[in-house]
Design a protein around this ligand. Structure first.
Ligand SMILES: [Zn+2]
Length: 79
């Protein structure tokens, strides 16, 4: 940590913005499973998430979430 960063932390506020942008980068950039939904009125939210999901990296479809994509081998992030 250099002097400038220490100064930012001391003042506060900016530190949060910094963390937020990192979080955003994680959400947008890291590989994850994309779940499809179907309309279902028996559910409160009006839809239900399917167990099947698609790799955000290669688009490979699996029947349930796995820690690693069996197609491109990318490690999945859980949020
Ligand atoms: Zn994949």
């Amino acid at each position: 940590m250099d002097e400038k960063e220490t100064e930012v932390l001391r003042k506060g506020g900016i530190k949060i913005g910094k963390n937020e942008s990192v979080l955003e980068a994680i959400r947008n950039g890291l590989p994850h499973w994309i779940h499809e939904t179907v309309d279902d009125d028996t559910y409160v939210i009006g839809k239900r998430y399917l167990r099947e999901c698609t790799c955000s990296e290669c688009g490979y479809k699996v029947s349930f979430e796995r820690p690693v994509c069996p197609h491109c081998g990318v490690k999945m992030r859980k949020f």
